[in-house]
Design a protein around this ligand. Structure first.
Ligand code: FE2
Ligand code: FE2
Length: 155
């Protein structure tokens, strides 16, 4: 499987798991392991995009650069929502969890489409990026997405 397909597949897996969580909330139950899977999967996905994929495809085209900046802002919104859901799960506030996860899903619908149509198509087949083993990547402890990191540093 090449990485364009792997990444698209990962989008669908995460979407599907979020829908499962929403369904559980409707039954006033939540499998915390499932949200933990969503969180670790999506954070690793974002880590790969921001540290490896985007830098390798950002080759001086202003339009592509601006688009990636927008995508990174959306990563920050998703990251914040995941941290919020963690707290809401600990407090078992189902209505709030549902609102937060549906917000994640709304962001992801638009975000994933932009990436699939405009970014992943730039991956050259058989290039290093195409063959990179994303599944073997581990999120370094304490790593947070770029746009949240910058905000933190300016405080
Ligand atoms: Fe992304
Ligand atoms: Fe993505």
């Amino acid at each position: 499987m090449n990485n364009e397909i792997w990444l698209k597949n990962d989008h669908s897996i995460i979407d599907q798991k979020i829908l499962e969580v929403m369904d559980q909330i409707d039954h006033e139950h939540i499998n915390t392991d499932l949200f933990a899977e969503i969180e670790s999967g999506l954070k690793r996905h974002i880590f790969f995009e921001e540290t490896i994929l985007f830098p390798s495809l950002d080759d001086g085209d202003v339009r592509i650069h601006q688009m990636m900046e927008g995508l990174k802002m959306e990563h920050a919104a998703l990251w914040k929502l995941m941290n919020i859901v963690d707290k809401e799960i600990a407090d078992e506030i189902f209505i709030k969890i549902k609102k937060s996860v549906s917000e994640m899903l709304m962001i992801l619908r638009v975000h994933n489409e932009i990436e699939e149509k405009n970014v992943y198509t730039l991956i050259k087949s058989n290039s290093e990026i195409d063959k990179f083993d994303i599944e073997a990547l581990e999120l370094p402890s304490g790593w947070i997405c770029e746009k949240l990191r910058n905000r933190k540093n300016t405080k």
